[in-house]
Design a protein around this ligand. Structure first.
Ligand code: ATP
Length: 460
């Protein structure tokens, strides 16, 4: 499976033994090995010799340092040794500029001290997954799926329009709104836009508003200063500021609470941001790409979304049609993912029977390209010597498009197998919410990422 929960090696660089101990304990559930070190030379030799999945680097790792000079210098050295290294910077005393500077120099992400354990885990897990997809894409001879972006497959008329819109909009600094159901490729479009823009050599900073607790969105976006509210023990740089000079990708923008919408609008109009609790605005230069699975009609409902903000965000609008409305793209996608996974798993490319091809082409794909990708990955893993048949694809029955209120909770039978019960719950919730990932994740009490992992695990 592509997103297993465990990774190989994490290198943590800090001068504080207590921090090292705490981080080691926290991360040992995620990595087979957590190596800690306090000296730059040691860190460099581990980075060269062991190729860690993630480096967690304290900007002020040198004892007593507060200006982050050594941390940024070590970041440069690490990236000079291995440009693909995934470094997450830990920032503290030196304030927000360090995070911004670290992102500009090539850090994959940052986390501010003091951190919430959940947040640190989520950040490191995302970083490790990024590393995994880069390595796999490298091994398979394709361009990385993240970082520099991967290719958007599809020659249907609808996708040709998308390609043309990307080519025209990317070099301008216009804000772009990407619309489409879950799994249609909105994030790929955002990455393509960034990659083809004049900001390509700067960071694309992402905030998935569907994955952040509502009460944290304010400080995630705008940052906060120490003492701004109970628990704000230090300054925290917001994503807007971290994207300075680059692109800010706001995924699931429909989840931006109404009360924060004017604040985002002001930041975009006035090109500055005021962290929570700060009294001075900081200038920022960003290009915003936003994405949502809300329909255009829902977005135009002013009770859900402020129309003045919408006009700011949708200078260019790119709509990705669901896969069932561009079935002519299915064969090319199958081809692409057969090659990718055959290379990834070191197997010969399996053949698909005509019936299997027909089943894939005729499927409803409620989970869109993401689901097709998973179906092909599974088929490659399970393929034997004979061509793949429809039964090997375990395509879930097409989701009936029924209103949520028409769904009654099915009687629980006596099946006490946890795995099967989990699959059934996940599937029911997805169907109930018309495959809206955020809504299903909220109902199941999972983060979107955790729901995706379960969908993948159960082939949904
Ligand atoms: N046109 C495409 N060509 C190749 N792969 C694609 C395409 N569209 C989507 N994918 C793949 O499908 C998966 C989902 O894509 P992506 O995350 O961009 O969708 P999304 O619309 O942002 O989903 P969500 O709304 O659930 O976040 C990814 O693995 C992506 O690589």
């Amino acid at each position: 499976m592509t997103t297993g929960d465990r990774f190989g090696l994490c290198l943590v660089v800090d001068d504080d033994e207590d921090v090292l101990m705490a981080v080691r304990l926290l991360l040992r559930g995620l990595f087979d090995e957590v190596v800690t070190c306090v000296a730059p030379a040691e860190a460099l030799s581990v980075a060269i010799g062991r190729k860690p999945d993630v480096v967690l680097l304290d900007a002020n790792f040198a004892r007593g340092a507060t200006d982050a000079k050594e941390g940024l210098q070590l970041l440069d050295q690490l990236l000079a040794v291995d440009g693909d290294l995934i470094v997450v910077m830990i920032t503290a005393h030196a304030g927000v500029n360090v995070a911004v500077e670290a992102m500009k120099r090539g850090a994959a992400d940052f986390i501010s001290k003091p951190w919430a354990n959940e947040r640190l885990l989520a950040t490191v897990r995302t970083a490790a997954a990024l590393n995994r997809s880069r390595r796999r894409a490298g091994a398979a001879g394709v361009r990385p799926a993240l970082g520099s972006g991967s290719d958007l497959i599809g020659g249907s008329a609808a996708m040709m329009r998308v390609h043309s819109l990307i080519a025209r909009a990317a070099p301008t600094d216009a804000n772009v709104l990407v619309l489409g159901e879950n799994g249609t490729g909105k994030e790929l479009v955002a990455r393509a836009l960034h990659r083809q823009s004049r900001r390509a050599d700067r960071a694309m900073v992402t905030l998935d508003l569907g994955a952040v607790a509502t009460e944290l969105i304010d400080s995630e976006l705008f940052g906060h200063v120490r003492g701004a509210f109970t628990g704000a023990k230090g300054d925290r740089v917001g994503r807007i500021q971290a994207a300075d000079g680059g692109t800010l990708f706001l995924d699931e923008i429909g989840n931006l609470p109404l009360h924060l919408q004017p604040k985002l609008l002001t930041a975009l109009e006035q090109r500055h941001v005021t962290p929570v609790g700060a009294n001075r605005p900081v200038p920022v230069d960003i290009r915003v790409i936003a994405a949502t699975n809300l329909s255009a009609a829902a977005l135009r409902d002013s009770r859900q979304f402020r129309q003045d903000l919408l006009f700011r965000l949708n200078t260019v609008e790119i709509e990705l049609p669901p896969l069932r409305e561009r079935r002519e793209d299915v064969p090319a996608l199958i081809d692409h993912y057969l090659d990718l996974y055959a290379a990834r798993y070191g197997r010969p490319r399996p053949a698909l029977s005509l019936a299997a091809q027909a089943a894939l082409a005729g499927h409803d794909w409620p989970g869109n390209v993401r689901a097709l990708r998973h179906a092909i990955e599974r088929a490659v893993i399970l393929a034997g010597d004979t061509p793949i048949e429809p039964g090997d694809l375990s395509l879930a029955a097409p989701a009936p498009r029924i209103a949520p209120e028409a769904v009654v909770t099915p009687a629980r039978d006596a099946d006490l197998n946890l795995d099967r019960a989990e699959r059934r719950l996940v599937e029911e919730s997805l169907k109930k919410h018309g495959y809206n990932i955020s809504a299903a994740a909220a109902e199941l009490g999972l983060s979107r990422a955790a729901l995706y992992r379960r969908m993948e695990k159960h082939g949904l």
